[in-house]
Design a protein around this ligand. Structure first.
Ligand code: A2H
Length: 262
């Protein structure tokens, strides 16, 4: 963990249809009418228009936590523990004394939920996006759930390319990894699909090229944040720097996101 606190936007991706393994595990444990959300933590809320899938670590253990009368979140236990102290849970007035006091309904591993269809706020893919595996997701950061924006995140771009190439190996349908990549931000140096530009220019061939990906991530972030202009959404034409807090506020106001810090 770093020393400076990281302020994330925690986005609520509502489950539309469970993968069969997950369905089996939750059967009878939550009401049929319950709202269940995958909750990725992001530092780039202004890019959410371009979400094409949602990543989980296939070997990471997650929990389904009851956060209010009819709402449940799918996150790591570590994230649920942090959330319990940040006003996210209905019983936050009574802080848990121990991790065993969290309202855990059922545990699952990432691979159980691969294929689940979720509805991602702001995404142009309004009929839903799929939960897909990403080996580099860290269990010790954020919520352990990462929403994928391949236009602006080199890690996400490299991962969706790899998933499409080896769909059979990953046990997914190729189309799930091949949703249209939307240009979200115009930049002077890298065009309007920054991540693709950098991955190709730096000849990054796989999500395992960690060192180059870290460099690409840094370049993409700086260029997008300081020099980028929004191409879509309510703040189209505005700088990323100015749009970012506004998109975050609008998502929170709409009940589609909340603040999460660690
Ligand atoms: B970002 P920081 Cl478009 N494991 O969101 C691995 N990566 C994780 C994670 C975890 N447990 N939790 C969050 N992340 C990702 C969007 C995005 C992100 C874009 C561009 C860059 C970018 C869409 N993915 O991150 O180490 C999430 O991906 C690069 C800074 O706390 C989150 O924001 O700085 C970011 O890493 C948080 O990383």
């Amino acid at each position: 963990e770093g020393v400076a606190p990281q302020d994330y936007t925690a986005l609520k991706l509502k489950v539309q249809e469970w993968a069969p393994k997950a369905q089996e595990k939750i059967k009878g444990k939550i009401p049929e009418t319950a709202n269940v959300y995958f909750v990725p933590a992001t530092l780039r809320p202004e890019t959410m228009y371009g979400q094409t899938c949602c990543f989980v670590g296939p070997k990471i253990t997650y929990g389904l936590f009851k956060v209010s009368e009819n709402d449940y979140y799918f996150v790591t236990k570590r994230a649920a523990w942090n959330m319990a102290f940040q006003g996210t849970f209905f019983n936050s007035d009574k802080f848990p004394k121990d991790i065993s006091e969290l309202p855990l309904i059922v545990e699952m591993v990432g691979s159980d939920v691969v294929g689940t269809l979720v509805k991602a706020p702001l995404s142009i893919h309004t009929s839903g996006i799929r939960v897909l595996p990403m080996e580099s997701v860290l269990a010790t950061k954020g919520t352990g759930v990462v929403t994928s924006v391949p236009s602006d995140s080199p890690d996400d771009y490299a991962t969706v390319m790899d998933l499409a190439k080896k769909a059979e190996y990953y046990g997914i349908q190729k189309e799930w990894a091949q949703l249209e990549i939307l240009p979200v931000i115009q930049t002077p140096s890298y065009g309007n699909i920054t991540a693709k530009f950098l991955v190709e220019k730096m000849k990054i061939n796989s999500p395992k090229d960690a060192k180059q990906l870290a460099e690409a991530k840094d370049l993409a972030y700086k260029e997008g944040y300081y020099k980028g202009t929004m191409l879509v959404g309510d703040y189209k034409g505005q700088s990323v720097e100015s749009a970012k807090p506004k998109v975050k506020e609008a998502l929170i106001k709409a009940g589609e996101a909340f603040e999460y810090a660690e």
